[in-house]
Design a binder for this molecule. Structure first.
Ligand code: PEP
Length: 248
């Protein structure tokens, strides 16, 4: 298994052109002192082309936050995987809990988006995670394993991709699971990935996401089977995001 972790920043619906200074500061810091980890920023689709231009020759990769399951046509307001790739993205976050909850995305929808992302040359980061009610009912492992089985299409076999375990109740709340809980769920995610895709799925990184900050990143990233982090709020600030990157 590759030991290089993936630290990806999800800017969500934040950021205007003026905020690209954050990406430039990050790229400059990583040029001075290269990161041990792969680093990516996932801004709003409107910023991808500008960020790509500003980060050319930098080690910082760029990702989208969603894509259409369709390739082209009469889908007003949607953005295709090929459009993201054309604008400069190499990765795409799919099935984030904010899209599952706010836009009714099902596991089947997520799988269809993965099927669209792969031929466009995008590396999907597929998000799964339980709600607080599901965790309190003792169903976290069952729910997350089920999401992995149903959201990962067989066509991922042999392709570069990542899964992100993001407990819904930890996103943007400052709450995090215990390290033991993270280890338990990551082991279950790996088992489900292998059950779904075979032994080849042992190498794809499993990111943890949910209130990762500079002060908790090192201990989370040291948990077995944590192959990186998906970072929301802390990726909007270059110093905070760098603090997490340096912990990897
Ligand atoms: C996220 O948006 O994927 C996320 C993990 O957010 P935060 O780091 O702010 O909890």
């Amino acid at each position: 298994m590759s030991t290089q972790k993936l630290i990806a920043g999800n800017w969500k619906m934040n950021g205007l052109a003026a905020d690209l200074v954050v990406a430039r500061e990050l790229a400059e810091a990583l040029a001075r002192e290269p990161a041990a980890a792969r680093v990516a920023l996932c801004p709003a689709a409107t910023l991808i082309a500008q960020m790509n231009w500003q980060l050319k020759d930098s080690a910082v990769e760029i990702g989208g936050q969603d894509c259409s399951p369709e390739t082209s046509g009469a889908y007003t307001g949607d953005v295709s995987a090929a459009m993201l790739k054309d604008a400069g993205a190499g990765l795409v976050i799919l099935g984030h809990s904010e899209r599952r909850a706010g836009h009714g995305e099902t596991d089947a929808d997520v799988a269809a988006k993965v099927e669209a992302a792969l031929p466009a040359g995008l590396e999907p980061i597929i998000c799964v995670g339980e709600t607080l009610a599901e965790r309190e009912a003792g169903r976290a492992v069952e729910v997350v394993a089920g999401q992995v089985m149903a959201s990962l299409p067989e066509s991922l076999n042999g392709k570069a991709f990542a899964v992100a375990y993001e407990p819904v109740w930890a996103i943007g709340t400052g709450l995090t699971p215990t390290l033991e809980q993270i280890e338990e769920v990551h082991a279950a995610v790996r088992a489900a990935m292998v059950a779904r895709l075979g032994e080849g799925a042992r190498t794809a990184p499993i990111l943890y996401g949910g209130s990762v900050k500079p002060n908790n990143a090192a201990e989370i990233l040291a948990v077995p089977e944590v192959g990186g982090a998906l970072v929301g709020g802390a990726s909007l600030n270059a110093a905070d995001f760098l603090g997490i990157i340096r912990a990897a």
